[in-house]
Design a binder for this molecule. Structure first.
Ligand code: MN3
Length: 197
């Protein structure tokens, strides 16, 4: 059984002006598709063929001989979450249970947002900013390239792609502006809340 590129639940032009159709055409249609194609090719005759995507990510992360599988499986997992974390007319109010937990674990929503933008801005080179559950507590973290908090035993519930392919068409080099727009105008907070335990 092969992995497949998931369809987006919104049209490619539905996130504009915060994320353009051109960005989604390339990012979903080309970049994500390439990770899926590479992953399926690399899994042929591999012992992890047939395992769940999450198992493939975690197991390949611990085996240097599977770096290619890890990079493509990680990116497939990360992008599946990323697409679901956005919606047209996103941002706005946060469902009460998630809002309460963000306030409790970060002090305030503003402090959470500041930490998330800081994580994404300071990720040197390509990678991701995350909101994850670590032993029941919400934490902000970042990862390089294809990695994610799953490999450290956490559960990511919100991820923002900070590879240049995610923002360069719309924001050029202004990664902090992209991260702010992601939180204020793109995040599907109902989806993020649905990922709480
Ligand atoms: Mn990407």
């Amino acid at each position: 059984m092969s992995f497949e590129l998931p369809s987006l639940s919104y049209a490619n032009d539905a996130l504009a002006p915060y994320m353009s159709a051109e960005t989604l055409d390339f990012h979903h249609g080309k970049h994500h598709q390439t990770y899926v194609t590479n992953l399926n090719n690399l899994l042929k005759d591999n012992e992890l063929q047939g395992a769940s995507l999450e198992d493939i990510v975690i197991k390949s992360s611990k085996d240097a001989s599977m770096a290619g599988i890890f990079n493509n499986a990680g990116q497939h997992w990360n992008h599946i979450l990323f697409w679901q974390c956005m919606k047209p007319n996103g941002g706005g109010s946060i469902p009460s249970e998630l809002e309460t937990r963000l306030n409790s674990d970060f002090g305030s929503i503003d402090q959470f947002k500041e930490a998330f933008i800081q994580a994404g801005t300071t990720q040197f080179g390509s990678g991701w900013a995350w909101l994850a559950i670590d032993n029941g507590k919400l934490v902000v973290t970042k990862s390089a390239n294809a990695s994610n908090p799953l490999v450290d035993g956490m559960k990511p519930i919100l991820g923002c792609d900070v590879w240049e392919h995610s923002y360069y068409i719309d924001y050029r080099n202004k990664r902090p502006d992209y991260l702010k727009a992601f939180l204020d105008s793109l995040v599907n907070w109902e989806f993020v809340a649905s990922q709480l335990d």
